[in-house]
Design a protein around this ligand. Structure first.
Ligand SMILES: Nc1ncnc2c1ncn2[C@@H]1O[C@H](COP(=O)(O)OP(=O)(O)OP(=O)(O)O)[C@@H](O)[C@H]1O
Ligand SMILES: [Mg+2]
Length: 597
């Protein structure tokens, strides 16, 4: 199980160009569009390359016919051709973008969905380690990176190289080798310089991203803890911590910016020197009459036209490197295998009666701290077993193991004789209803939250479940009734209301097995009795694991297990345990006495 932390950017790591190959399927999805876009691209480049030729003819015509009574329509036609070529170049590239947009957007959609599904596949441990703010940033950057890679590798790097070759070819045909050599040298120096500089800069990009994740994680975490911050007047403390992160971020961004400025200046210098050299060569040849004024104009136009995409190439190379870094991180996230996965030959769980068996369970969240040590017990079909014991004894852990949020280190959990590791997670989880110790709700309406137990349930069924969970009076007292928004994480409801929503959901889910982890701990005794009655109805004939601190809620259980430090220290029915006079009897005594007072 690999934790997902923000700082695992290996700084020296080179980007993996093979990632581009991973984008191939997204291109293949729209073969026709890709081919059409490439055709439009070629048209656009041809128009671009032809434009300076038109310019040359205009200048030469005007130059040669100076003073002569010229036919105006010839240069006018040439000017029209020149303008049309320019327009054509833009038109074709815009059409190309329009045609290709679908491919890039669809790829982003597919990847976003894949990431989302993947994240839901990951085990609980991963999600407890994740930092939401940083993860969200990674996903955003990664999907944008994919779109960028698709659009620019295909439509910028390749065509720019194509254009350079075309221009070199024309210059070679029209002029002497000197120009071509000069241009090639400039291009080679330019490209080599850009690549070297960009390699060097990548570390700053990574660093800036890592710092960005860090500060974003901090901000989100701090806002999620709004109340806690207020309880302790720690706004300034939080701001200071955030500002420290922002300080790191600022420094990283600054390095990023400065190195970018150095890169841009270097590139401009190379272009400037090349322009001077080549134009000087042309000036000499015009003076000698070796080339015409039109040729001179054309060379100038080509140089400018060539260095613009070359400059863009520098930018694109840099951005592609950056996009590769981001996409790589996204793909790495996608490539991580879930820690809990279905066995290759996993079969659906078949619940017959629902007999649950924990056998010699050893379990630890981390190797250096054992939690459960040799826990064995059985919940016979249709029975209710209660687990009580000190906080931190491992009660909720039992529930997590049964739900297979984690796999046991040794021993096994079986339902009707099937080891839960040999059945599909989907079938296992659909058979079990859980009222968790802490209920968190979606930031949506009450109705949606209730119906979440079974989204296809009818309105009548949802209302019935709410009634059974004793939510009706509460809901009727709300001005907006079932349409009330419950706020982020359901914080606009009281603890007991949230708990009852969780119970109603489980009633709606109607599972074969039940786990109630402190399901009524936040209710007053009266509501608790009412809800317990409803739960008893639901749990009748169902195998149920109940966890509770308040012993009065579990006295009717068939068997009560007392846990301490990851072991079962006592077990029996309420009366047996009282008679035994052990830990349970002691606890009962204590709770009873404080209850009477
Ligand atoms: N994801 C985790 N990673 C590491 N340790 C964990 C994790 N979850 C729980 N623990 C530890 O495991 C121990 C048992 O936790 P568990 O939630 O099972 O306790 P519990 O008996 O339900 O306690 P309570 O009555 O307070 O709910 C605790 O000491 C807790 O700190
Ligand atoms: Mg617990």
């Amino acid at each position: 199980m690999r934790a997902y932390a923000d700082n695992d950017y290996p700084a020296s790591h080179k980007p993996d160009w093979s990632i581009i190959a991973g984008l191939w399927p997204y291109l293949m999805e729209f073969r026709g569009r890709v081919v059409l876009a490439l055709a439009l691209l070629v048209l656009a480049k041809l128009a671009t390359v032809a434009t300076p030729v038109a310019l040359k003819f205009i200048v030469d015509y005007l130059d040669q016919t100076r003073g002569v009574d010229l036919a105006l329509w010839v240069p006018v036609m040439l000017v029209v051709a020149y303008g049309s070529l320019r327009f054509g170049a833009t038109l074709f590239s815009e059409l190309r973008d329009a045609v290709f947009a679908r491919v890039a957007e669809r790829a982003m959609r597919r990847v976003s969905l894949r990431v989302f599904e993947h994240l839901h596949q990951r085990e609980l441990g991963f999600h407890l380690d994740r930092k939401t703010g940083g993860l969200a940033r990674d996903i955003e950057r990664g999907t944008n990176g994919i779109s960028f890679l698709l659009r620019f590798t295909l439509f910028n790097i390749v065509p720019t190289l194509l254009e350079i070759l075309l221009v070199a070819g024309i210059l070679l045909v029209v002029f002497n080798v000197g120009y071509v050599l000069a241009i090639l040298v400039a291009v080679v120096v330019y490209v080599a310089f850009s690549i070297r500089m960009t390699e060097w800069r990548t570390r700053f990009v990574r660093e800036a991203n890592a710092r960005d994740n860090q500060s974003n994680s901090r901000a989100i975490d701090s806002l999620l803890n709004y109340e806690t911050v207020k309880y302790f007047n720690n706004e300034r403390y939080e701001a200071r911590l955030y500002d420290q992160d922002l300080d790191d971020w600022e420094k990283a961004r600054l390095k990023n910016r400065l190195s970018l400025a150095a890169l841009n200046t270097g590139q401009a210098l190379i272009i400037g020197v090349a322009l001077i050299v080549i134009m000087a060569m042309a000036v000499g040849e015009v003076a000698n009459g070796e080339i015409t004024l039109g040729d001179f104009t054309m060379i100038n136009a080509y140089l400018i036209q060539l260095f613009i995409p070359l400059n863009a190439l520098g930018f694109v190379y840099r951005e592609i490197r950056q996009a590769l870094v981001n996409v790589e991180r996204l793909f790495r996230l996608l490539g991580d295998q879930p820690g809990i996965k279905d066995a290759p030959d996993a079969k659906p769980l078949v619940v017959d009666n629902g007999d649950i068996r924990f056998e010699h369970i050893e379990f630890a969240y981390r190797p250096d701290r054992p939690i459960l040590q040799g826990v064995s017990f059985t919940i016979p079909a249709g029975h209710t077993v209660a687990v009580v014991g000190a906080s931190g004894a491992g009660k909720s852990t039992l529930a997590r193991l049964l739900f297979r949020f984690y796999d046991v280190d040794s021993g096994s959990v079986c339902i009707d004789g099937q080891d839960i590791r040999t059945v599909t997670q989907d079938s296992l989880r659909s058979a079990i209803g859980v009222v968790p110790q802490d209920t968190v709700l979606f930031n949506d309406t009450l109705y949606r939250n209730l119906a979440y137990g079974r989204p296809e349930a009818t309105e009548e069924e949802v209302h019935q479940a709410a009634r059974l969970a004793h939510l009706e009076n509460f809901i009727h007292s709300l001005p907006e009734g079932y349409n009330t928004k419950v706020g982020e994480r359901g914080l606009k409801l009281s603890g007991g209301e949230k708990q009852r929503v969780a119970i109603a959901r489980v009633i709606l889910k109607n599972p074969s097995l039940l786990i109630l982890d402190e399901a009524t701990s936040s209710l007053d005794s009266l509501s608790e009795q009412a809800v317990l009655g409803a739960l008893n109805e639901v749990s009748q004939q169902r195998t149920t694991l109940v966890i509770a601190h308040r012993l009065s809620t579990v006295r009717d259980a068939n068997t009560i297990l007392v846990m301490d430090s990851g072991r079962i220290v006592e077990s029996g029915s309420h009366n047996e345990l009282l008679a035994a006079g052990g830990r349970y009897a002691h606890l009962w005594e204590q709770q009873h006495r404080s209850g009477e007072q």
